[in-house]
Each structure stands twice: as C-alpha cells, then as structure tokens.
Design a protein around this ligand. Structure first.
Ligand SMILES: NC(=O)C1=CN([C@@H]2O[C@H](COP(=O)(O)OP(=O)(O)OC[C@H]3O[C@@H](n4cnc5c(N)ncnc54)[C@H](OP(=O)(O)O)[C@@H]3O)[C@@H](O)[C@H]2O)C=CC1
Ligand SMILES: CCCCCCC/C=C/C=O
Length: 334
C-alpha cells in the first residue's frame, strides 16, 4: 500500500501566499495499476512563479500544480520502465499514478535524458521548463544580433540567468536587473556586462541607472517582471527594438499597477513586443534541453540552484522564491 502526501490549495490566495492557503494531506493509492499506468515517486519538486497566478483558475481543494523529477517504481507502461527518472507535471505530491496517454501532448511526462555528471534536479531548471523558456523565449522572440544591447529583468533567477548567458553567447552586451548585491555580483561572474540592483536604486533612480548601464540604448528586452522596471526600459528602447514578455512577477501578488502609456515608443521606434507561454514550443522541447546541456558541457552556461530540503517545506520554499530568496532555480528535495 502506498500513501502519497500532497499539498492541497485550501483557500484562495490573497496577496503573498500564507500557511492558511495550504494543507498537507494524505492519499492512499490503489494497489493495482491499470494498463499503461506507472507509479512515480518524487525526488525533486519545483516551485515556480506561475503557480501563484495559475492557481486562481482552480477551486479550493485542488492539489497544488507543479512539475517534479521522479523515479518510476512500478510500471505497466514500457515507455516508462521501472528505475527511469521522469519529468512530469504531477503537482505537489510525493507519489503519483500516471497514465501518460490520457494527458494532452504539451503536458505529457517524459523520461529525462542523461545529464552526465549534473544533478537530475536540473530537469526542473536549466534543463527543463525554465531553461527552455530562456532558450526559445529569448532566441525566437528577441532574435538577438551580435553587438546589440540586451536587458534582462529577474536576471538572477532560473529563466533570467540563462537568458543573459545565452545573450552573451550571441555576442550581445548584457545588462541584468536583480534584487540584491550578491545576485548582481553572481551575474557579473557569469559575464553580464552591467547589473542594476533595483531595490537599491529604487523606482525613482531606475531610469538613470539604466541609462548608465546601457548608454547606447536597449535593442532587446527580456521581461520577467513588468511594472515600473519594464516601463522604464521601454522608454530607452532603440529603433526596431524587440521585447519578449515572459512574466510579470512584480504584480503576481498584488493589484496590477498603473504604468506610463508606452504606445508612443512603439510607434516612433517601431518596436515589437510579444508575450508567450513556453509550451508553444513543446514540439521542439528536447532541442532546447540538448542545446542548454551542450553549452553546460562546453563550460559556456553555468547554473545555480537554491535547494530546500523536505516536502513539508514546499509552501515555505514557494514564498521564499516569490520574495527573492532564491538565486538560480528554486527546488525542493525530498
Ligand atoms: N511565459 C512563460 O512561459 C514562462 C514565464 N515565466 C516567468 O518568468 C519569470 C521568472 O521565472 P523564474 O525564473 O522561474 O523565477 P525566478 O527564479 O526568477 O524567481 C522569482 C524571482 O522574481 C524576483 N522578484 C520577485 N518580486 C519581484 C518584483 N516585485 N520585482 C522584480 N523582481 C521580483 C525575485 O528576484 P529578485 O531578488 O531579483 O527580486 C525572485 O527570485 C516569472 O515572471 C515567471 O512567471 C517562467 C517560466 C515560463
Ligand atoms: C501545467 C504546467 C505548465 C507550465 C508552463 C508554465 C508557463 C509559465 C507562465 C508564466 O510564468
């Protein structure tokens, strides 16, 4: 008999998530698997920003959504043999019975490719959804060219740290915006040309700091945060600049803020801005993972993880990530 533990969303979020929003419950799983099913035991779980806005679409009582790296322990599906490690969007739970054939194509679990000597947890970060967000969301939508100036907000996080490094690989000058001096120091170690600690300069000082960091203006903006940081970057875009809108974490916990009207910049500088959800590239998923793995193996792409130990600490790790407690990818180890 397998008893799964799971974190249930018991009360809608209001502002920053709190303990009262979550309840740790148990679920006894069936003893027998049906044809094509397998049993997965979680090893690493992901905490991601999207969980905050996405949960608004789910009723109280739903298990928290999310990805995990897990081990197949029992199987009646030859594509997912016992002992294989898989990525799956199984939610915040320790054990899951899965029938992949019943899931939509963009949400199917997959067996992790070999990461060589690198940890399997990278399947939640640089070699998973956030890495692919950086790879496709930046390269496809920004179309960066050597010599251009790229600004990345949320730069020391899972997505942003990869975007900035890919931009350097493409020969760009890269400015990273992050929320602490330590994060900014790490970004400069990664090769970022300039950094801005937005908490230190504040909203009033941000435009001047950006002017200093990007004196030739901004050709590509990879936007992870929205709000006043993005409003200021848009004012400093160059002719034919491109903006990839990845996320707006600055307002996931709050009412949306009013920012200045950017339309004039779009007309006279002929800018292009596009939002995206990374699963639009699900048919090319392995291409992104293989490219990022190759760059890691070549020493051209570096990662960092912030690991919280213990399934019971999922809510704590989630809130910590939302408030800047992570550098690189935030994961929970069971
Ligand atoms: N469109 C898509 O398909 C996808 C979008 N995303 C989006 O990408 C963004 C980054 O995600 P991910 O890399 O996983 O997360 P991160 O690893 O970057 O973690 C979140 C970070 O957001 C920063 N942050 C929190 N509040 C604010 C704020 N008010 N202003 C500026 N920064 C803030 C914090 O860093 P700091 O200390 O610097 O403030 C925190 O560490 C998110 O907006 C997310 O929703 C992610 C994956 C897919
Ligand atoms: C069902 C899981 C889908 C993961 C895609 C996450 C897209 C993120 C958007 C904004 O953060």
């Amino acid at each position: 008999m397998v008893v799964a533990r799971k974190w249930v969303y018991v009360k809608p979020f209001d502002g920053l998530p709190k303990d009262e929003n979550f309840k740790l419950e148990q679920e006894t799983l069936p003893d027998e698997l049906a044809e094509n099913e397998f049993l997965a035991e979680a090893e690493f779980l992901s905490v991601d920003p999207y969980m905050r806005p996405y949960m608004a679409a789910y009723p109280a009582g739903t298990t928290m959504i999310g990805g995990q790296v897990s081990k197949v322990t029992v199987s009646r599906n030859e594509q997912f043999p016992v002992g294989a490690y898989v990525f799956g969007n199984f939610g915040w739970r320790t054990h899951t019975i899965v029938n992949p054939d019943k899931l939509p194509a963009e949400n199917r679990p997959y067996v992790l490719p070999s990461f060589g000597s690198h940890p399997r947890s990278l399947g939640l970060g640089v070699l998973g959804m956030p890495g692919n967000t950086a790879y496709f969301g930046f390269l496809e939508l920004c179309q960066p060219k050597a010599g251009e100036t790229v600004v990345v907000s949320g730069a020391a996080g899972a997505v942003g740290s990869v975007v900035g490094q890919i931009a350097k690989l493409k020969g760009c000058t890269v400015v990273g915006v992050a929320g602490s001096d330590d994060k900014c120091a790490w970004l400069r170690q990664l090769g970022f040309d300039a950094t801005i600690n937005y908490r230190t300069v504040g909203e009033g000082g941000f435009a001047a700091a950006l002017k200093q960091a990007a004196p030739k203006g901004v050709d590509c903006y990879f936007d992870n945060v929205g709000g006043y940081i993005s409003a200021a970057v848009m004012q400093q875009m160059n002719l034919f600049g491109r903006i990839s809108v990845c996320g707006t974490i600055s307002n996931y916990n709050d009412a949306r803020v009013q920012v200045s009207d950017p339309q004039r910049e779009f007309v006279f500088k002929q800018l292009r801005q596009e939002g995206f959800i990374v699963t639009r590239w699900h048919k090319r998923w392995m291409e992104g993972i293989e490219a990022n793995l190759r760059w890691i193996e070549e020493g051209k792409l570096t990662y960092q993880e912030t690991v919280t130990e213990g399934f019971e600490r999922m809510p704590e790790a989630f809130v910590s990530m939302l408030t800047g407690g992570n550098t690189g990818k935030a994961v929970v180890k069971l």
